[in-house]
Design a protein around this ligand. Structure first.
Ligand SMILES: Nc1ncnc2c1ncn2[C@@H]1O[C@H](COP(=O)(O)OP(=O)(O)OP(=O)(O)O)[C@@H](O)[C@H]1O
Length: 344
């Protein structure tokens, strides 16, 4: 293995504390950006793992660091403007020290990424067949008729009618929901062990959103891949994931089995997210209570204490001065006032 240090990616000095059985292990991941001659830390040493066949949701308001966590994991952040430290291991291999060739294989074939905007991610001037089969050709997995056959199967798997016709079409000729299905088909075509979906339904209207979530829940059951689902919406995460990590200002503030976290959220932020969301754990008539204030910008990430303290109804001086640790329990919250078992 090439142990050359890539610009912006530092090898961690500490030993891993993660389960050896995990397919994907993220250990003390920290992301910093250089902006206007300042270095701003956007993700402050987060750790989590994903087992084969497991589905993990990362949830939090816009700007909490969900996307950059995922991008940093597979080294998709620009090393000229960012630096990443910590460790990411995929199937036991350190992603940050892979050779460019090995990294391309992991990124293209083993860990698939579905970006937020399907139209922006598809090439408008190429037929769907070419785009779907490209990763197969690139990684030498299939060519010609065999690749086309695999593309047809994948379109069927994601519920697209008349797949042979779709293969001949261009992205602008199909609907937004279908484009998202094509993106998912493209991500799965190499039979990856892990698929990362970044806000896969945000750009879609409510009906199509529900259909895509149903599809993801179905695929999760049928294929034994690990799934990392990024969303600002706990309702989306609730439908598709086994476990959830709630992020706020670049840290995981609560983690646990999705059903447990939703039924008995411990962190005031998770409770706030639930109370501000319609029709989840509450009758339709229940009033929505938005979380007061805004999440901090990177410049304003608190240097001491709990990052959520400025918006938290329970915060006291201790919360503002001492950073609460995230415990190692299966359901844990980084909060001095965490109240286990209390529902939203
Ligand atoms: N290339 C970059 N340079 C500087 N700052 C960045 C860069 N990319 C992201 N950020 C900042 O890092 C923070 C986290 O961004 P990130 O995109 O991970 O948030 P998010 O939780 O995924 O929210 P969203 O759903 O809005 O993308 C934000 O404050 C964002 O402005």
């Amino acid at each position: 293995m090439n142990t050359e240090l890539k610009p912006g990616y530092a090898i961690p000095s500490g030993e891993s504390t993660l389960e050896p059985s995990s397919l994907l292990e993220v250990d003390d991941l920290t992301v910093r950006f250089r902006r206007n001659r300042r270095t701003l830390e956007a993700v402050h040493g987060i750790s989590f793992s994903l087992s084969a066949g497991e589905s993990l949701g990362i949830v939090g308001e816009s700007g909490s660091g969900k996307s950059i966590t995922a991008l940093a994991m597979i080294r998709l952040l620009d090393p000229m403007t960012s630096s990443v430290s910590g460790a990411v291991r995929f199937a036991g291999r350190d992603v940050f020290t892979l050779s460019p060739r090995a990294l391309r294989k992991v990124r293209g074939a083993d860990i698939a990424y579905v970006f937020q905007d399907p139209l922006g991610s598809l090439n408008p001037s190429m037929r769907i067949e070419h785009q779907l089969t490209e990763p197969l050709r690139l990684h030498g997995l299939a060519h010609g008729r065999q690749a086309r056959q695999r593309a047809l199967e994948m379109l069927e798997l994601v519920g697209i009618n008349d797949p042979a016709r779709r293969l001949r079409q261009y992205p602008h000729e199909i609907s937004g929901g279908m484009r998202q299905r094509v993106m998912i088909a493209g991500a799965l075509i190499t039979n990856p062990s892990v698929v990362i979906l970044d806000e896969p339904t945000t750009a879609l209207d409510a009906t199509i959103q529900a259909q895509i979530l149903e599809l993801l829940a179905d695929l999760r059951k049928r294929l034994s891949m690990g799934m990392l689902l990024i969303s600002h919406d706990l309702g989306v995460v609730a439908q598709v994931t086994d476990r959830v990590a709630v992020m706020y200002a670049g840290r995981i503030v609560e983690t646990g089995a999705t059903a447990e976290v939703l039924a008995a959220p411990q962190h005031p932020y998770t409770r706030g997210l639930l109370s501000s969301r319609p029709r989840l754990n509450a009758p339709r008539t229940a009033a929505l209570t938005p979380i007061p204030g805004q999440p901090p910008t990177l410049e304003a990430h608190p240097q001491t204490g709990c990052g959520f303290a400025p918006r938290c109804p329970l915060a006291d001086d201790h919360c503002r001065s001492a950073l609460p640790p995230l415990g190692s329990q299966t359901h844990a919250a980084a909060c001095w006032k965490a109240t286990p078992g209390r529902a939203a």
